[in-house]
Design a protein around this ligand. Structure first.
Ligand SMILES: Cc1cc2nc3c(=O)[nH]c(=O)nc-3n(C[C@H](O)[C@H](O)[C@H](O)COP(=O)(O)OP(=O)(O)OC[C@H]3O[C@@H](n4cnc5c(N)ncnc54)[C@H](O)[C@@H]3O)c2cc1C
Length: 333
C-alpha cells in the first residue's frame, strides 16, 4: 500500500528519466513515490531495438525498461501504473498532487517532472478516423499484426527507419515516405536500408489516408513534380516528431521554451523552487541514456534542495535558465 504521509519526492512519469530519478532518490534514503499515467517504460518501451544504451549492445526497448523497473523494485519502489497526475498545486512549502483515481491526494516536498513527449499527429484526412484500424504511431505495439501485408512508414528519422526495417523483414511491401528531400537518419542505417528492399520516397507529402472500415490506400504527392499517386497499403505508421507533455508544467506556471519544453538549469531545477524536471520534457537530446542521466541529476538536486532548504533555484533566484537545444556549450560557459 502506498504511504499516506508527506513524502520527500514525487516523481511523475516512469520512463527512463523517472525510473532513474526514483532509484537515485531512494538510494539517498528519501521517501519516494513514482506515478505513471499508462504503463511503466515510457517511449523506450516502444523501441523495437535499442542498440545505443552503453553496456547493452542490443535489446528490445520493452525488455530494457522492464530491467530498469525491476532494478527500482529491488530498492523497494514500485512505479504506480495507471496513475495519471492530473494537477499539482503548491501549498506553502509542500506540493499537493491529484491522481486520476478518486479523491486521493499526495503531499510531497519536491516534485520531479519526467513526463516526456509524445508523437505528433499530421492532421490529414483519414488519420483520426482510421486510427487503430491501420493507422498507428507504434510499430512495436501494432506492427506484428501486419505480417505479409503492405505498410507505409511516414517520416525517415531514426525512429521511422527503425520501424521500416522491422516491417521490411515481415511485410511483403514497405514504403518509407519522407516529406523533406533528404532523410534525417543516422549513417549506420544507410546500408541496411539499401539492402532491405524498402521503397524510399523522399520529398513526398502524405495527403490522405483512405479506407472505409480500415486502411486501404494512401494518397501521396511528389513535391518536386506535384504528381499525385495512390499506394495500396494495409497499415500507416506515423513517425513525424514529438511534442512535450507539459500540461502539469503549465499548470505550475513553470518557464518553458518557445516549443514548450521545460527550462531547467544544470541541476535540472525549474523556475519553481522544489520542482525539478528531467529527460525529454526538458528538450535534451531525446535518448534513453540522456534521460536516465538527467533523472539521476534531478534526484541528486532534489536531495540537495531538501538538505539545504534553499528558497530559490540551486543557483539562486536569478539563475539564467536556457533551453538545452540552443546552447553551444551549456556546461562550460
Ligand atoms: C519508437 C521510438 C524508438 C526510440 N528508440 C530509441 C533508441 O533506440 N535509443 C534511444 O536512446 N532512444 C530511443 N528513443 C527515445 C527515447 O525513448 C526517449 O528519449 C526516452 O524515452 C525519454 O525518456 P523520458 O523518461 O524522458 O520520457 P518518456 O519515455 O516519454 O516517459 C515519460 C512517461 O511519463 C508518463 N506521463 C506523462 N504525463 C504524465 C502524468 N501527468 N502523470 C503520470 N505519468 C505521466 C508517460 O506516460 C510516459 O510513460 C525512441 C523513442 C521512440 C518513440
Amino acid at each position: 500500500m502506498p504511504e499516506n504521509r508527506e513524502i520527500d519526492v514525487a516523481v511523475v512519469g516512469a520512463g527512463a528519466a523517472g525510473i532513474t530519478a526514483a532509484l537515485y532518490a531512494k538510494r539517498k534514503a528519501l521517501s519516494v513515490r513514482i506515478f505513471e499515467a499508462e504503463a511503466v517504460g515510457g517511449q523506450t518501451a516502444e523501441a523495437i531495438w535499442v542498440e545505443n544504451y552503453p553496456g547493452i549492445s542490443k535489446l528490445e526497448g520493452a525488455k530494457l525498461m522492464h530491467r530498469m523497473a525491476e532494478h527500482l523494485k529491488k530498492f523497494g519502489v514500485e512505479a504506480e501504473e495507471a496513475a495519471e497526475i492530473t494537477n499539482i498545486r503548491k501549498q506553502g512549502n509542500v506540493f499537493e498532487l491529484e491522481i486520476n483515481r478518486g479523491e486521493e491526494r499526495v503531499q510531497a516536498k519536491t516534485v520531479i517532472l519526467c513526463t516526456g513527449s509524445r508523437y505528433k499527429t499530421l492532421g490529414i484526412p483519414g488519420e483520426k478516423e482510421l486510427y487503430g484500424r491501420g493507422v498507428s504511431y507504434c510499430a512495436t505495439c501494432d506492427g506484428p499484426g501486419f505480417k505479409d501485408r503492405a505498410v507505409a512508414v511516414i517520416g525517415a528519422g531514426n525512429s521511422g527507419v527503425n520501424a521500416a526495417l522491422f516491417f521490411a523483414e515481415i511485410c511483403k511491401k514497405t514504403y518509407l515516405v519522407e516529406f523533406m528531400a533528404k532523410a534525417n537518419f543516422d549513417a549506420i542505417y544507410e546500408e541496411p536500408i539499401k539492402k532491405s528492399g524498402i521503397e524510399v520516397m523522399l520529398n513526398t507529402e502524405l495527403l490522405e489516408i483512405i479506407g472505409s472500415e480500415k486502411v486501404e490506400k494512401i494518397k501521396v504527392r511528389d513535391r518536386s513534380s506535384s504528381k499525385e499517386q495512390e499506394l495500396d497499403v494495409d497499415g500507416v505508421f506515423i513517425y513525424v516528431g514529438l511534442q512535450p507533455r507539459n500540461v502539469l508544467a503549465k499548470r505550475l506556471g513553470l518557464k518553458l521554451d518557445e516549443i514548450g519544453y521545460i527550462l531547467v538549469d544544470r541541476k535540472r531545477a525549474t523556475s519553481l523552487p522544489g520542482v525539478f524536471a528531467a529527460g525529454d520534457i526538458t528538450g535534451e537530446l531525446a535518448q534513453t541514456v540522456v534521460a536516465a542521466g538527467s533523472g539521476a541529476v534531478a534526484a541528486d538536486s532534489a536531495f540537495d534542495y531538501l538538505k539545504k532548504e534553499v528558497s530559490g533555484s540551486l543557483f539562486g533566484a536569478n539563475s539564467d535558465m536556457k533551453p538545452f537545444k540552443k546552447e553551444k556549450d551549456d556546461w562550460h560557459e
